[in-house]
Design a protein around this ligand. Structure first.
Ligand SMILES: *[C@@H]1O[C@H](CO)[C@@H](O)[C@H](O)[C@H]1NC(C)=O
Ligand SMILES: *[C@@H]1O[C@H](CO)[C@@H](O)[C@H](O)[C@H]1NC(C)=O
Length: 332
């Protein structure tokens, strides 16, 4: 799947998710230019874990709200979320076997739902910590992809699950970037992990909890299969009407609240917030020189040299000043 760019304007109404859908084609803004790298954190791989900051492993699982992995770009300095669809790697809260540790502070909220057919994690993230643009609408990662071989290829879905799909992006709820991942098993594995609605994003394909602060673990009903909006209407991309109200989150039960994962010293050099904090500290101690710490996300990065293969024209446009303006309008 190439991209998804749907913006939903209305999510001040948390929970109702009435969308003013605006469909744009393109593969999103270039990643923010990294003017100052952050200092790498103190994390060292647990002995024998096989994890590392540069791992290219693709184990993928959801054990709980504080123990799961997300596929993300291996090189977020140069790749946005769609660029990484074919090459994404696993970032795990408890990394092993070639996967990378989840950076501290990236996951803001996470809600685990265990059903008979699938397990799901949904929540919000801080884009700056992975050098993601706040208005990067993101992509879909799944084990099918346009050629049926996976986006990316070679994901090792653990715990007996046979299909997965994941969305991550900043446009479902502007200003509050969301992720969602579901792994499915059994007879209904594909219907509950259908990957063909890549324009719809998290709220429409994985109804769940995107609003509650903190971290919870729940049992839940599986609800309707992906694309079914009610008993009589199952949508596939291109059909009309395009649903404008996301299906409600299936009933959940036995919820427990759990503490957020403890920081483990994981800071990647592309962490904009850590870099800005360091720069601010340096600027303060070296007095009033007025160094600009602003990071420009426009203009001069190397998109042209990358040979972007899909919808590159818009990608280039978005790197221009005009593009920044358009992007700003889109986010409104
Ligand atoms: C470790 O990762 C490799 C490569 O992705 C995979 O083939 C292997 O099954 C994984 N090992 C375990 C125990 O999951
Ligand atoms: C089912 O959902 C579709 C799409 O949102 C809507 O047009 C239709 O009115 C709904 N039907 C019922 C019976 O709720």
């Amino acid at each position: 799947m190439f991209f998804k760019v749907l913006t939903f304007a209305s999510t001040a109404l948390l929970g109702s998710h009435i969308a003013n859908a605006q469909v744009i084609t393109g593969d999103g803004p270039r990643p923010p230019a990294l003017t100052t790298p952050a200092k790498e954190g103190s994390w060292t791989p647990p002995a024998g874990s096989g994890a590392s900051l540069t791992g290219m492993g693709r184990d993928l699982y959801i054990n709980s709200a504080t123990d799961f992995c997300l596929l993300m770009p291996p090189d977020p300095v140069n790749q946005n979320l769609v660029d990484a669809e074919a090459v994404a790697v696993s970032y795990c809260i408890k990394p092993t076997n070639g996967t990378r540790p989840m950076p501290d502070g990236f996951i803001k909220t996470a809600h685990y739902r265990e059903t008979a057919d699938y397990v799901q994690i949904s929540g919000t993230y801080d884009p700056a910590i992975m050098n993601l643009a706040a208005n990067d609408c993101g992509g879909e990662y799944d084990n099918h992809g346009a050629e049926g071989v996976g986006n990316p290829v070679g994901v090792n879905i653990k715990n007996g699950y046979t299909n997965f799909f994941e969305f991550i992006g900043g446009c479902d709820i502007p200003g509050n970037a969301v992720f969602c991942l579901r792994t499915c098993k059994g007879d209904q594995s594909y219907p509950y992990c259908r990957n063909s609605l890549d324009l719809m994003g998290c709220l429409f394909t994985m109804p769940g909890d995107y609003d509650t602060p903190g971290f919870t673990n729940c049992q839940a009903d599986p609800g309707l299969v992906v694309g079914a909006f009610n008993a009589t209407y199952t949508f596939s991309q291109g059909m009309t009407p395009t649903p404008t109200i996301a299906p409600p989150a299936p009933q959940s039960s036995q919820c427990t609240t759990t503490a957020s994962p403890t920081a483990s010293g994981v800071t990647y050099t592309w962490n904009q917030e850590a870099a800005a904090a360091q720069t601010a500290a340096t600027t303060t101690t070296s007095s009033a020189r007025g160094t600009s710490t602003g990071q420009s996300s426009s203009g001069t990065n190397s998109n042209a040299a990358k040979g972007d293969s899909h919808l590159g024209a818009l990608g280039l446009l978005v790197t221009s000043t005009l593009g920044a303006l358009i992007a700003a309008v889109i986010v409104l």
